[in-house]
Design a protein around this ligand. Structure first.
Ligand code: F6R
Length: 608
């Protein structure tokens, strides 16, 4: 999605804004722009494409000034173009950056046009600039003008606005899209994500829905809630060091994040296990009673997080005996779900700001769930703040658009949930799964040691246009996730099927050109899976199998086997995710695609 950065400081803010935009580029990147107040005038650059294009313009013609706003865009209304890039100005008096969608903009635009305002873009955002100019012309200050303007806006927005009328002031507003305040020493900032500001501060205020904020010279910060009352919001210190936001020795963030998995899986487990058992209190003081009374669970998420939910269904039903429904948020939020008594509502999200998941949570709160739990990677995110309970996945910042470590740490959290529900219900302890969890980081390291072999294997895919992924049981969602990763970053069309479904249709696609990737851990479905693989072999399909070293599937004509260390059956979905991530990564590198920022995708999907 779009990203916002704003600064009011005692120094030139151009570099701060530009660095912020670079750090936000993962959210969306079709164009970018910056406006700075200099000697009483608003000066602006906008550029199509990556932030590097804007940086080049700034090199040629710097924008010095001590207050400014900047934006990286992911198009919703109007194609990617310089004219549609933010900031949008109204008669060089007002500048606006916006993340979100203004649903009633057409109606407002017609009214403004009738009053003589001329539009230079196709965006919904430009109406805000003209509305603000209108209010300022009627004598209001910037803060009051913004307050009046947002009261007439429908939809979702995070805003940063500035005006020549009040130099040294930036006003922000948050409704449905994230916005944080960065607290500096005698300076203050706004951004869509704390990552954008880690170069200048590690102290943040997370705005609430409906909040309006004014940042001024000397670092003064004033916040007013949706009812117009001045409020104090707590200042949080950001947990992860700035190093987490750099690529280090790795060629891409995605590769770095894949290799961080042993470490972040340890972090996700830390303090949540005793020798033989899970600590149910990790989910909060009320978790024990709530889980005891939980008779079913609804899990809601999008994309990769949804795949984690699908794995959890197998776990929760098998190891905790609780019926589970898993659904994508964009469908759930518009259904009329039946909520049986004693149902717990669980959301999964890396960002905690995904618009559909957040809307699903808000909808669920109007139904009679026994409680809401968010499993999330971003403390202070909307999903976390609005849920009754939360469990952080501790994956650290994930910059690559394709989710990797956020997914595996979600799986760890979901296994902790499974064990906690089982324990709260008085079921026998699962000491063997707890022990397996503790050995997981070391096993992940071993699997990452196969990277060189997987890189070699990836050559077989570079010229392919299609691929099939097969899995059974809890590995069917892993096949889905493997196919999604390959699609996202290499643009190869990939489909995943439960292996038993092959003969009901997809087998027609299999010929000597079709690569078929399968995950074959040593579980009770192994023999069935082997038969399904024979169906592929018999049609001449090229098989690539990731198999437990003990299962006796070996390289032979038409079958390439990659052997993985033995892992407890319950945790195999976690371990088998890693080689599929690596395969997608190396195929994308071979194809020369933009691995960290694949086309058309955004990291944090804060619009519907
Ligand atoms: C794919 C990916 C997306 C996200 C989805 C939900 O690699 O990352 O499918 O999983 O957009 O995002 P979160 O988890 O932030 O709610």
């Amino acid at each position: 999605m779009c990203g916002i950065v704003a600064a009011v400081a005692q120094r030139n803010v151009q570099g701060i804004l530009l660095e912020g935009l670079k750090r936000l580029e993962y959210r969306g990147y079709d164009s970018s722009g910056m406006t700075v107040l200099n000697n009483g005038s608003l000066t602006r650059h906008r550029a199509l494409g990556k932030v590097a294009a804007l940086a080049e313009q700034l090199d040629n013609a710097p924008l010095p000034g001590m207050s400014g706003i900047a934006h990286t865009r992911w198009a919703t209304h109007g194609k990617p173009s310089e004219a549609n890039a933010h900031p949008h100005h109204s008669s060089d008096q007002v500048a606006v950056v916006h993340n979100g969608i203004i649903e009633n903009y057409e109606h407002i635009k017609q009214a403004l046009q009738a009053n003589g305002y001329t539009f230079t873009s196709e965006t919904d955002t430009e109406v805000i600039a003209h509305l603000l100019a209108d209010k300022l012309n009627s004598g209001l200050g910037l803060f009051e003008a913004t307050q009046e303007v947002v009261s007439g806006l429908g939809g979702a927005y995070a805003l940063g606005v500035m005006s020549v009328v009040e130099p040294g002031v930036v006003v922000g507003a948050r409704q449905g899209s994230p916005l944080v305040v960065g607290v500096g020493i005698d300076e203050a900032f706004l951004a869509s994500d704390p990552l954008a500001l880690l170069q200048v501060t590690d102290r943040f205020i997370y705005l609430e829905e409906g909040d309006l904020v004014e940042i001024r010279e000397q670092g003064a910060i004033q916040i007013v809630d949706r009812d117009g009352h001045q409020v104090e919001r707590p200042v949080h210190t950001f947990e992860h060091g700035d190093g987490a936001a750099s690529k280090g020795e790795y060629r891409h963030y995605m590769l770095k994040e894949i290799f961080e998995q042993p470490e972040v899986i340890s972090a996700a487990l830390e303090g949540r296990l005793s020798t033989n058992s899970v600590l149910v209190e990790s989910f909060g003081p009320e978790a024990q009673v709530l889980f005891q009374n939980t008779r079913q669970i609804h899990i809601i998420a999008c994309g990769t997080s949804y795949h984690a939910g699908l794995v959890a269904r197998y776990w929760l039903e098998r190891y905790a005996g609780v019926p589970v429904q898993v659904e994508v948020a964009s469908e759930y939020r518009y259904r009329h779900p039946v909520v049986p008594d004693g149902t717990l509502f669980v959301t999964l999200s890396q960002s905690g700001e995904t618009a559909d998941t957040l809307a699903a949570l808000r909808f669920a709160k109007t139904l009679h769930y026994v409680g809401t739990l968010a499993i999330c990677n971003v403390p202070g995110s909307s999903l976390v703040r609005e849920s009754d309970m939360s469990l952080m996945t501790h994956a650290g910042p994930e910059i690559g658009v394709a989710s990797t470590k956020a997914f595996t740490t979600q799986l760890v959290a979901l296994m902790l949930l499974t064990l906690s529900v089982s324990k709260a219900k008085g079921q026998p302890e699962r000491a063997e799964i707890v022990a397996a969890l503790q050995s997981l980081p070391a096993l992940c390291k071993q699997v990452l040691g196969l990277a060189g072999q997987i890189e070699t294997l990836s050559q077989a895919f570079a010229e392919k246009h299609h691929a099939l992924f097969l899995g059974r049981g809890a590995h069917y969602p892993i096949a889905l996730e493997g196919a999604l990763k390959l699609k996202e970053i290499s643009y190869i069309h990939a489909e995943a099927y439960p292996a038993g479904e092959l003969k009901h249709g997809p087998l027609a696609l299999v010929d000597s050109e079709m690569p078929v990737i399968s995950v074959a851990p040593n579980d009770d479905l192994l023999e069935k899976l082997k038969s399904n693989l024979q169906e592929v072999r018999a049609r001449g399909g090229q098989l690539f199998v990731f198999a437990d070293q003990a299962v006796g599937i070996n390289d032979q004509d038409g079958i390439r086997v990659m052997k993985l260390p033995h892992v407890h059956e319950a945790l195999a979905p976690l371990l088998y995710t890693l080689p599929l991530q690596l395969l997608s990564y190396y195929v994308a590198v071979l194809k020369g695609t933009d691995v960290d920022q694949p086309r058309n995708l955004a990291k944090s999907v804060t619009v519907e």
